[in-house]
Design a protein around this ligand. Sequence first.
Ligand code: ATP
Ligand code: MG
Length: 573
Amino acid sequence: MTHSKNTHSTEASSKNIKPGGKSAPVEAPNFLKQIIEKDIATGKHGGQVITRFPPEPNGYLHIGHAKAICLNFGLAEEFKGRCHLRFDDTNPEVEEIEYIESIKADVKWLGFDWGTHLYYASDYFEQIYSWAQDLIRQGKAYVCSLNEEELREYRGDFTHSGKNSPYRDRSVEENLDLFARMRAGEFYEGAHTLRAKIDMASPNMNMRDPLLYRIRKTHHHRTGDKWVIYPMYDFAHPLSDAIEQITHSICTLEFQDHRPFYDWSIENCTVPAHPHQYEFARLNMTYLVMSKRKLLQLVKENFVSGWNDPRLPTISGLRRRGITSSAIKKFAHRIGVAKAESLIDYEILEACVREDLDDSAHRAMAVIRPLKVVIENLPENHREELHPSVHPKKEELGKRAIHFTKTLYIEASDFMETPDADFFRLKPGGEVRLRNAYVIKCEKVIKDTSGQVTELRCTYDPITLGGKPPADGRKIKGIIHWVSAETCVNAEVRLYGRLFKVADPDNVPEGQDFKQNLNPNSLEVIKNAKLESSLASATLEHRYQFERVGYFCLDNVDSKPGAHVFNMVVDLK
Ligand code: ATP
Ligand code: MG
């Protein structure tokens, strides 16, 4: 077997990595919930809760974003407030409509609704521009004509304080005039910037006269060619939050050092509300990369089949894989929200998926790598219909029909010619129970000229149906799955291993590439799996447990009626 899902799990042993499986807590603490409860109790923001999810439309959303979505929309839901979906589209070079559409679809699929509150930072450009003019009038912003390299040099670093720009003391009139001409397109890119006048000696680099605007002569997906200056994210973000009267602006930890400038922007512009920024630890997971930049590389360089490749941690990939939105929400609750960085074990997600699917998946039998079995003591045309349950705990889902016939398929790995002592499945002269059917005995092994086993000749014991023991009470230890060779349907089955072969793929020596850690065996395509006939009517809406194998669902791209393609969602533990 080449798919290697479990082979590397022991590498996930860094002390940072949380143990997966059933021992994981059902719901972890969320410190933001406590903050909001206190704010409501003290009447802050009039007891209102307005959050926002602010993606930049420069890629597809991933499971880290799902954590942020569940957090922002979840808090709004819980406290009867609302959550806005806002596209932070201040960087025209990398943004595309395709990403906007995919982001909307993903948020909806996760089960959240922004109602009428869909916004774009670009809708606020005029207002933000006018606040920037106000800052100039107050002497708190200036047009700086240092070029990129000089800007860097003047900024200093963590050990050296910065130097004032020689353009810092331009008059208000000159600044207003230059800023207007920047907007009018009179200057080339990089000729001028608008900067906040704060403190070049601040120990916080973000407060050393940060940029407010830069010139970019790039077409914007919404504003077209109207603007040739664009506000910096750090300036547009707090102002957008204020315009929308966000009460709790929740972002990831890397923005902690940006918070003083967030507050500065709110304090120095005449904004209609005073939102507060809170930071939480972003989601990092073993065996995955989470940065959009890296995911984009995997897509663009064809290491995967697209943004929705079932091996990717993108929401569209997880969806295509067959992971349900309820499993993702369960996962988000289970990992909780904290301030300390951590690396979450991929197995925690898998455990959530298994729990979710065990409850809902329809049962069926499917043989992934078939070995032919002929039941010698059955007549040629024998076709006995048996009726196992669709779900063992949900009788209301009814029964399915399977067929016990003279020719069957079993899993090749369920037979061993020279077995170990602890192998309880089929062996020459040995017996095994066919799940939902009879006990069979292997009478003869047929091989081809190369010595490969091609067929087993067996007999069945007619009194052993329905789990009944053989007449002499002999013990049958093994149970295996099977399908009728006469009524089964063929399908393509895609088995997935981990995308990366090491737990921390980002961790590569200087000058090396994370892509060297890709698992070359992350996808195995089985062209001719044999499925019980009930799966001929499988639908995209349902998940299926192939008994003893794992959870599967139809591929939402490549599966066609009459030519099913199944993805393995997760194996059985
Ligand atoms: P990436 O680092 O993957 O490129 P990003 O942070 O640049 O992502 P944005 O579109 O700016 O992506 O993110 C939208 C929101 O999702 C932000 O509020 C961000 O904090 C949050 N977010 C992004 N990645 C994660 C993550 N791994 N865990 C939790 N939240 C995240
Ligand atoms: Mg970002």
